[in-house]
Design a protein around this ligand. Structure first.
Ligand code: PEP
Length: 262
């Protein structure tokens, strides 16, 4: 039987978003929380277009130690403020076992990033909570390794696991990662868990986030996790893969039309 993960969100009727059910779920927001103004502007815009879950990184796994590494707990507080104002559920990354309890105080969904997919102490710790967990695919991981990582969380008793395809490492340099569209139908065959798509990290390119969103939905993705920024060219992190608010507004009807066609 397929797992449907329930996430509380005041903005939807009934107060619960279901990931893995018949409805496509939209998660959107900035890559990284930069300021109250940036977060609130983005949250208001994506909510208006139909997103029900707000993404935003507070603890960032930056490839370079000199890159912006997030606002930490201050960023989590801003996310909680956005939830109070717009009723959206909050997804944000947790990077260390010692931060899990603190991040749980603010987040509705814990995100495990690609770099931590095989951080088994972290997987055990989020497994001991009952919070929904989005487990990103390791950038060089096979489906088997990914599903075994999910088992770490499940085997601790947390049944609320959502897989996320975010692209894998290949020889190709035109994109930041290569999105593996086969992940959606294959994971549906191999597992009962929901699977969602991150076309922003998956491509690293704003110009193809839209087409890869549509392709993911057509292939069976249960939700999209999209990076949106009011001014991506000025973003402190990952601006190249963040779409504008206007692009998000244009994407939403296309997404709905593919979702209703399958
Ligand atoms: C993110 O979503 O902010 C992120 C860093 O993703 P990934 O772990 O897929 O690189």
């Amino acid at each position: 039987e397929d797992t449907v993960v329930e996430v509380p969100a005041a903005c939807v009727s009934g107060g619960v978003v279901r990931i893995g059910g018949p409805e496509l779920v939209m998660m959107a927001g900035p890559c990284t929380v930069e300021s109250e103004e940036q977060l609130m502007t983005t949250a208001a815009a994506v909510r208006k277009e139909g997103a029900v879950i707000l993404r935003g990184g507070a603890f960032k796994p930056s490839t370079s130690p000199y890159g912006f590494r997030g606002l930490g707990e201050e960023g989590l507080k801003l996310l909680a403020k956005a939830r109070d104002e717009f009723g959206m559920a909050i997804i944000t990354e947790v990077m260390t076992p010692t931060d899990v309890a603190m991040v749980c105080e603010y987040a509705d969904i814990l995100q495990i990033g690609t770099r931590n997919m095989q951080n088994y102490m972290l997987l055990d710790e989020v497994g001991r909570t009952r919070k929904p967990v989005v487990l990103k695919r390791g950038m060089s991981s096979t489906f088997e390794e990914w599903l075994l990582a999910a088992e770490y969380i499940l085997s601790q008793g947390n049944r609320n696991v959502i897989l996320c395809e975010r692209g894998i490492r290949t020889f190709e340099k035109t994109t930041r990662n290569t999105m593996d569209i086969s992940a959606f139908p294959l994971i549906k065959r191999l597992s009962h868990l929901p699977i969602i798509s991150d076309p922003s990290q998956g491509t690293g390119r704003r110009d193809i986030v839209g087409p890869m969103s549509l392709a993911s939905i057509a292939a069976g993705s249960d939700a999209l996790l999209v990076e949106v920024h009011p001014n991506p060219d000025e973003a402190l992190k990952d601006g190249a893969q963040s779409i504008t608010i206007e692009q998000f507004r244009q994407l939403m009807p296309q997404v709905q039309s593919v979702a209703s066609a399958i």
